[in-house]
Design a protein around this ligand. Structure first.
Ligand code: GDP
Ligand code: IMO
Ligand code: MG
Length: 432
């Protein structure tokens, strides 16, 4: 029965890849439910260092199925490259399953993503340029192409003709760009479909069977709750339902089957792209953290904006997700920094706010209210036993638990799989 959501709780890049790879030791299935190759999930384990964009981070465990769910948008070329890269490094990919319902990210989606960003000028979102927004637009507009369609040439031809007709109008008349060559695109789609055929399946029924067997299923989130299409800092968001609700709609899994909802937080804040980040640090501490922690995007290589932990946003994220557990990553990055600060409230127009404001125009004007805590000098890096953490680090974790109102059940002290402290196990053992 049990499914466990592993959800990014801030602005993405919290370390979901590391956490999912670690927790998947006890999982029978690891499923991506939303987003696409805008995600970049880093995994470091005994097989090496990997940056995954579409393949679930459970792929390294031979006992686990890795599933790309219906709610994901899939660039077939990117997926095939990623699979090839894994196979070349000896990672088995025969337990990967791709939903026939997942939508395809087409070359014209990428082209439109870039053109739309350019047209936004100073108001650009700072998208990853992977075509994610335009692909979800077509899904909602019901002119999207699904992975299953790539396996049916006749059906695909009709669907693609309609889509290309519309896109060519937009490309040529609005953006003055070249039209798409239909035949070339159609052939490419058929080729991709053939290459993916053995992976494509009805994911909903696989999940149903797994749940009936009592399998442990990890629902691997992408992005972070503050980038959620409905609940994030709109329009500076991604185009999918990042939060736990997106796992249910993006997979066809009933909410009653979700036993645990795990929020992955990093010990401070980062954000790539535009949009409010109240706890942002524009000083040398911020630069120090960026360089120390190599806070550069896994997907685009862009420098990440850095800030202290934002307790107001964190509490909001916990409330829209209903976290039952938190995982705190990158505690080691704060080793040797003293004092450490947390943002405990916002101030705007002389008023103090402790709940996240609803309107972007208010979010943008909020100033952080800081609380200082003593830092720690003894390193936490690589520690695997909670008892060995310095008292100040424990106090910092306890303060975060208070602010989020949820226990921190796992603390990550380094990027490698084993650099983890389990305070309380999140998943039960596999049924066998
Ligand atoms: P994701 O998108 O949430 O999977 O996160 P990313 O992989 O984009 O970014 C997280 C970065 O932090 C990666 O470089 C990870 O290797 C690294 N990382 C994860 N957990 C820890 C940790 O506890 N300590 C340190 N120092 N690095 C970590
Ligand atoms: P993971 O899964 C961090 C951000 C982009 C941009 C906004 C919209 O690695 O945590 P999009 O390309 O989705 O239309 O861009 O969302 N963004 C991410 N930031 N981590 C991610 O994924 C992100 N995926 C999208 O930077 O601000
Ligand atoms: Mg990432």
């Amino acid at each position: 029965m049990p499914a466990y959501g592993i959800v990014g709780a801030q602005w993405g890049d919290e370390g979901k890849g590391k956490v999912v790879d670690f927790l998947a030791e006890k999982a029978d299935m690891v499923v991506r439910f939303s987003g696409g190759s805008n995600a970049g999930h880093t995994v470091i384990n005994d097989q090496g260092k990997f940056a995954l964009h579409l393949v679930p981070s459970g792929i390294f465990w031979p006992h686990a199925d890795a599933v790309i769910g219906p709610g994901v948008v899939v660039n077939p070329g990117t997926l095939l490259d990623e699979l090839r890269g894994l196979q070349e490094r000896g990672v088995a990919t025969d337990r990967l399953y791709v939903s026939d319902h997942a939508h395809v990210v087409m070359p014209y989606h990428i082209q439109l993503d870039l053109l739309e960003e350019e047209a936004r000028g100073a108001k650009a979102i700072g998208t990853t340029g992977r075509g994610i927004g335009p692909a979800y637009v077509d899904k909602i507009a019901r002119i999207g192409i699904r992975i299953g369609d790539l396996l049916d040439a006749d059906y695909l031809r009709g669907r693609l003709e309609a889509a290309v007709r519309q896109k060519n109008q937009v490309l040529t008349k609005i953006y003055g760009a070249e039209p798409i060559d239909f035949d070339q695109l159609f052939d490419e789609c058929i080729e991709h479909g053939e290459a993916l055929r053995s992976y494509v399946t009805s994911v909903e029924s696989r999940i149903e069977v797994a749940l009936a067997k009592g399998a442990n299923i990890l629902l691997e989130g992408a992005q972070g709750a503050m980038l959620d299409l409905d609940h994030g800092t709109y329009p500076y968001v991604t185009s999918s339902s990042v939060s736990i609700g997106g796992a249910c709609t993006g997979l066809g899994i009933p909410p009653s089957e979700v036993r645990g909802i795990v929020g992955v937080f990093k010990a401070y804040s980062t954000r790539v792209g535009a949009g409010p980040l109240t706890a942002e640090l524009d000083d040398e501490v911020g630069s120090k953290i960026r360089e120390l922690a190599w806070e550069y995007g896994t997907t685009t290589g862009r420098p990440r904006r850095v800030g202290w932990f934002d307790g107001v946003a964190a509490r909001y994220s916990a409330s829209i997700n209903g976290f039952t557990s938190c995982v705190l990553t990158r505690l080691d990055v704060l080793d040797g920094i003293s004092p450490v600060k947390v943002c405990v409230a916002y101030e705007v127009d002389g008023k103090r706010l402790t709940s996240f404001p609803s309107r972007l125009r208010v979010q943008e004007r909020c100033q952080p209210v800081w609380e200082e805590l003593p830092g720690w000098t003894a390193p936490t890096a690589g520690i695997t036993d909670r008892a060995q953490l310095p008292a100040e680090a424990l106090a910092y974790v306890a303060r975060i638990e208070e602010l989020v109102r949820c226990p921190v059940d796992v603390i990550s002290t380094g990027p490698k799989r084993e650099e983890s402290i389990v305070v309380r196990p999140i998943l039960p053992d596999r049924a066998g």
